[in-house]
Every structure is written in structure tokens, then in C-alpha cells.
Design a protein around this ligand. Sequence first.
Ligand code: 3HC
Length: 321
Amino acid sequence: MTIQDVDEDELRARFDATIENHDRVEARDWMPQGYRATLVRQIAQHAHSEIIGMQPEGNWLTRAPSLRRKAILLAKVQDEAGHGLYLYSACETLGVTRDELTARLLAGAQKYSSIFNYPTLTYADVGAIGWLVDGAAICNQVPLCRTSYGPYGRAMIRICKEESFHQRQGYELLAAMMRGTDEQRAMVQESVDRFWWPALMMFGPPDDDSPNTAQSMAWGIKRHTNDELRQRMVDMTVPQAEALGVTLPDPELRWNEERGSYDFGSPDWDEFWAVLKGDGPCNAQRLAHRRRAWEDGAWVREAAMAFAAAQSEEAQYEEAW
Ligand code: 3HC
């Protein structure tokens, strides 16, 4: 029996049962159009974030203070490229090509994470990004290993392992600077002051202003709301900040005995929406760089396609004989 022989109600019932049982939906399975479109939107945005996210740290590759730091940073930036590729591949299983996704990004029809529209002004930013940005990524992405769409969840397992290394290298870098001179400690604090609030914005708008969360949770694409994950990030990070000896720039931050969690202030949501609209400090620069890299790489894509076509022709010729 093929999928065409089963009527749509039956297919929908099977899909609903898969979601209800917390099983995986696979690429070959029937799925509602909205589910497919939501996945393409989220996975593509995630993939674009990994690729654009190479830029702020790539900025420090030629200026890393030692060979060891350079090797670590190089490995991390390369990992992000790999994450982008796993995610584009996961997205392609939904019937859209990587070229189409890149075209949508460059046309401004798809987003990438707000965080990568902030500049990396000092070397401490490499540590702050590892600690806070990759820390936020881990909080957000570990639950995505259990997302309902199989290819996305499986890609996330490997990505999360690598993100843990990224978070640790950032923390270790900052810890080394905190053991250094007063100037280095001040540099770390200044960087944490700039990155704290944008890192909390990575989790998306407050639940009341998040149009997609309810449906994405019902479909098992998201496992927690934006605010739940933001709270998890704050609870995880405060003890680490204390161990590092830095102050998080939030006067409202305090332990709430009753809730067993930290209370904290509200990010500047006007700033968040402005960054999403393209008005962040580096939006134009990030997209221009991505566009240039895509255009400069056209010959590589063409050569790879020509090589693949020649290989396949050769294989057909050999088979014929
Ligand atoms: N940056 C940019 N856009 C954001 C955003 C952010 N931080 N947070 C939310 N948005 C957008 C949404 O995409 C949505 O826009 P759209 O409907 O036009 O696509 C709108 O704001 C409303 O937000 P919702 O909360 O309704 O959207 P979602 O339900 O999709 O939740 C999300 C947003 C939590 C980011 C979710 O999409 C998600 O978990 N995505 C997967 C993780 C991801 O993409 N992370 C990006 C960072 S990657 C990274 O950190 C790399 C690492 O190496 C550091």
C-alpha cells in the first residue's frame, strides 16, 4: 500500500498518534503543511545562525593572543560551519534545497539569531560568546535533541556535544583572563556587560509575545517555552558568574527562595525587535559579508556540480559495458 492509497484523515490520525506518543516523525511520513513550514522556518533560521555566527568570532582568528588560543578558536569556528551543514541537510529532507534557503536569507525573507548582530570589540568577547552565547545555545538546544522531527533531533545530538566544548572553552578563556591583570579583568567585565542581555534575548520574545510557541509545543517541535529556557539559563549562569568573579549587569537579579530560581530583570525588548527588523549594530555588515562569500564561492559550487555530473556519466558508461 502506498501513501496515496490512505486517505488524509487516516494520515492525520497517524501523525497525531506519533506526536502524542513522543515518537519521531520521519522525512518519508505524511505531515501537515503547517508542521513542515514551521520546521523549515526554524531549522533554516538555526542553520543560518550557525553560518552567520562564524563572523563575529572569525574576526579574532588572525589576532588570537597565542597559537593555543588560535587553534581552539579555529576549531570552534569550523564546528559552527559543520553545524550549519548538518542543519541545512536536515532542512533539505523537508523538500527545500540549500540554495533556496540561502536565497531566502539573502533576500531578508528568513532570519538568523539576533545575537550575531552585535560586534566583537575586544578579545574577551571570544570568551563571553563561548560562555554566554554557547551557554544559551546549549539551554535552548539540548531539549531540541528530543524534538519530534527525526532528522532535526539527530542533528542536534552531535551539535550539542560540540556546543558544550564551545561553552567550556569560553569559560576557561575568561577564567584565565580573570587570573591576569586588572586591565584584563576590566575587559572581561565590560564584555559580559555587553553580552548578558543580548544572550538572554536569544531565547526569543516573552511567551505572551511569541506567536509560534503554542503550536510548536503542541507539535513537539519545541519542548519548552522561551521564558522557561531563559530562566534555566539564568539559574545555570549565576553560580558560574560568581565562580568567575564577574558581576551580571542586572540590579534585579536575586535568589527567590519560594520559586527555587533567580528573579531577574527584563531585557530591552524594543532593542530586540529593532535588531530583528535589521537595525542592530551589525545587521548590514553580516548580510553583506554572507552575500559576498556566497557569490565568491559560486565557482566552487559549479566545479563540484560539474565533477559530480562527470563522475555519474562515467559510472553510467562503465555500467553499460
Ligand atoms: N533572533 C532572531 N529571531 C528571533 C529570535 C532571535 N533570538 N527569537 C525569536 N525570533 C523570531 C522568530 O523566528 C519569529 O519570527 P518568524 O515567525 O518571522 O520566523 C519571531 O521572532 C517570534 O518568535 P517566536 O518565539 O514565536 O519564534 P519560535 O517559536 O521559532 O522561537 C526560537 C524562537 C526560540 C529561537 C526557536 O526558533 C528555536 O529554538 N530555534 C532553534 C535554535 C536556534 O535557532 N538558535 C539560534 C542560535 S544558533 C547558535 O546559537 C549557534 C551557536 O554556535 C552559538
